[in-house]
Design a protein around this ligand. Structure first.
Ligand code: HEM
Ligand code: HEM
Length: 123
């Protein structure tokens, strides 16, 4: 597997640990307020990062492009910002809302970079 794919998968595994850790905490404590943080750490972290890593393995041209690198950094900057802001929002800090929104827009941009990169460099 290429170093590019490995990079995505290594980060995915870190999110998997964090997300499942939070899931177990929610289960044990009975406090499910952070459900959405748990769900998105799992889905935008573990699942999406793993999928992107695996998909880039099959699209080496796209994986080698600058867009892929930009997408990696944008995704991995946006996700922690989004998750911290979402946790703050859920904890009663509405001022985190615009930060969450900005993180989400950055994430959308990362997703669009991925789509564009795959569709334009299909090998
Ligand atoms: C040991 C592992 C896990 C534990 C203990 C756990 C625990 C929980 C708990 C307590 C909730 C809140 C349920 C509720 O309030 O209705 C939840 C929700 C959720 N979990 Fe997990 N979880 C685990 C793993 C995962 C994994 C691996 C994924 C995805 C890959 C995942 C995705 C979700 C999603 C999407 C929700 C929201 C479900 C909804 O919308 O009702 N969880 N989890
Ligand atoms: C920028 C990216 C994303 C944004 C801004 C976003 C936003 C949201 C919002 C606003 C909700 C409703 C939360 C609530 O009612 O309390 C939600 C729920 C959910 N989203 Fe996302 N989402 C994103 C990406 C994803 C992705 C990539 C997946 C799956 C691969 C996903 C899966 C879910 C699931 C399963 C729920 C229901 C569980 C929950 O309430 O947390 N989301 N999302």
């Amino acid at each position: 597997m290429s170093p590019v794919s490995r990079r995505w998968i290594y980060v995915a595994v870190v999110y998997f640990c964090l997300a499942v850790g939070l899931g177990v905490f929610m289960g044990i404590s009975g406090d499910h307020r952070m459900m959405s943080v748990h769900a998105h750490l799992n889905l935008l972290g573990w699942v999406t990062l793993s999928l992107v890593g695996i998909i880039y393995h099959y699209f080496p041209k796209a994986a080698a492009s600058r867009l892929a690198s930009l997408q990696f950094w944008l995704h991995n900057l946006a996700l922690p910002v989004m998750m911290v802001a979402l946790a703050l929002l859920i904890s009663g800090k509405p001022e985190a809302g615009p930060v969450l929104g900005s993180g989400a827009l950055a994430m959308l941009l990362a997703v669009l970079l991925f789509a564009g990169n795959l569709l334009w460099r299909r090998a």
